[in-house]
Design a protein around this ligand. Structure first.
Ligand code: DOR
Length: 446
């Protein structure tokens, strides 16, 4: 069994940051206090660096199968490894959609042949696939598009939604933008070719109506529920009042971009839910700090540069982010807006807990050795041409951030290393199918 000793790092544990060596044995964290004379295969001297658990990104769109001109699992998971993301949960709006158990298993088989990091796939709800949703087990949960976005998945009908919340037991998450409100706004602004109109079409009301509706369903059916990509200050009171089996997340683009950025970035920041105001960004940040929103995820949703150059409204919604999300948050640590331990809670520990991931999200004995060394002082500028994501662009192109991942392990295997601007990746897929805790359905109708 291979053994690696990572020594001299500042180790970010749930109980604080400690100066400690970490012994990895057979892909598992074996000790946080190994004996001086322990015999190992490899020693990593991490002086000056911090060791954190790998990031768990619970909302990504990796486009395979069917849309691989935009992204694929091999490119996306190299981007993950570089960005310090060691586990991802992927959305069902691929082609074909992941809406049957058979397609879910096909995606898992595909991933086991091509992913550098650990993988899980949601099963998507349709108005007519209740039996599939009930039969699926190898999935973190059910994704509902209560409002439509990229692709044609949509469950807007109240009776269909009631049935999903009443009859299934897996955790549910949803894209919450009210379809009727969005469609009415589309008619109202039909003549506009200004991309800023996107935030008037997918407005505050659309987000708030759908989030209220979804939380109401979850509460009445006592069903574990996660609000994806919260984008407005208006949703925060709803989240504060919700029962504790309702959780939520915010994405970097909703924290760091506002409508004021449309003149500079145009359709590159066209997203669903839309980018909102500076006031919303501020309120979302405060909700992370006060614990109302526990999770940060990216909604990594690449489209090609050419597709994004199409005029509004034809240009598609979505932007890539897994490669830079951790650095964006480490930069906030450098700015003094939050602590490293908070970043680890939001990006590693909380998503692993919400989705009941086995062995993920913490540096603790017995947990998987999905580990990332970060250099809190390293300054790098994001460059489109250096992106590993297949679309090779970032809305943060030209932005300099302080704090970057420099080395990543998945299950004890090194998958990424940075030396200056040079980067190295493991040549073989190292990712494994994520497993879920056996008691994960405990929230449901106790
Ligand atoms: O802007 C978005 N794009 N939001 C989503 O929820 C879906 C995503 C995509 O798949 O392109």
């Amino acid at each position: 069994m291979s053994r690696t000793l990572i020594k001299n790092a500042q180790v970010v544990t749930p109980n604080g940051i400690i100066a400690s060596a970490v012994l990895v044995e057979g892909g598992i964290i074996a000790s946080l206090d190994p004996p001086q004379n322990v015999v190992v295969d490899q020693v990593v001297d991490a002086a000056g660096l911090h060791l954190i658990p790998g990031v768990v990104d619970d909302q990504v769109h990796f486009r395979e199968p069917g849309l691989t001109h935009k992204e694929d699992l091999a490119h996306a998971t190299r981007a993950c490894a570089k960005g310090g993301v060691t586990s991802f949960l992927e959305m069902p709006n691929t082609q074909p959609t992941t809406t049957t158990v058979e397609r879910l298993h096909e995606k898992l088989a595909l991933a086991s042949r091509s992913c550098l990091v650990n993988f899980g796939f949601y099963i998507g709800a349709t108005p007519g696939n209740l039996q599939e949703l009930k039969a699926a087990t190898r999935t973190p949960g059910i994704k509902i598009f209560i409002g439509s976005s990229t692709g044609d998945l949509l469950v807007d009908d109240q009776a269909a939604l009631e049935a999903i919340f009443a009859e299934t037991t897996l955790p549910i998450c949803a894209h919450c933008e009210d379809e009727a409100t969005v469609r009415a706004n589309q008619v109202k602004y039909a003549d506009s070719t200004d991309v800023a109109t996107h935030s008037l079409v997918r407005d505050h009301l659309a987000a708030t109506i759908a989030t209220r509706r979804a939380i109401d369903l979850a509460t009445r059916h006592r069903h574990q529920f996660h609000v994806l990509h919260v984008s407005t200050a208006d949703e925060i009171p709803l989240l504060k009042e919700a029962p504790d089996y309702v959780t939520s997340e915010v994405c970097p683009h909703h924290l760091f971009f506002s409508v004021d950025d449309y003149p500079r970035l145009g359709s590159l920041i066209k997203m669903n839910p839309s980018i909102k105001t500076g006031h919303d960004c501020h309120a979302l940040w405060e909700s992370l700090l006060d614990g109302t929103i526990p999770v940060i995820a990216t909604d990594h949703a690449p489209h090609t540069w050419e597709e994004k150059q199409l005029p509004y409204p034809q240009c598609p919604s979505g932007l890539p982010a897994v490669e830079n999300s951790l650095a964006l948050l480490l930069n906030q640590v450098a700015l003094g807006r939050c602590s490293l331990s908070q970043v680890v809670k939001w990006m590693c520990q909380a998503p692993a807990k919400v989705w009941h991931l086995k062995g993920k999200g913490k540096i603790e004995i017995g947990y998987d050795a999905d580990l990332v060394l970060v250099d809190l002082n390293l300054q790098l500028t994001i460059r489109n041409e250096e992106q590993e994501t297949k679309s090779r662009w970032s809305p943060w192109d030209g932005v300099t951030l302080t704090g970057w991942p420099v080395r990543t392990w998945v299950g004890g295997n090194e998958v990424f290393r940075r030396e200056g601007r040079e980067v190295w990746f493991a040549p073989e897929p190292m990712g494994k199918e994520i497993e879920f805790a056996k008691d994960r359905e405990r929230f449901v109708r106790p």
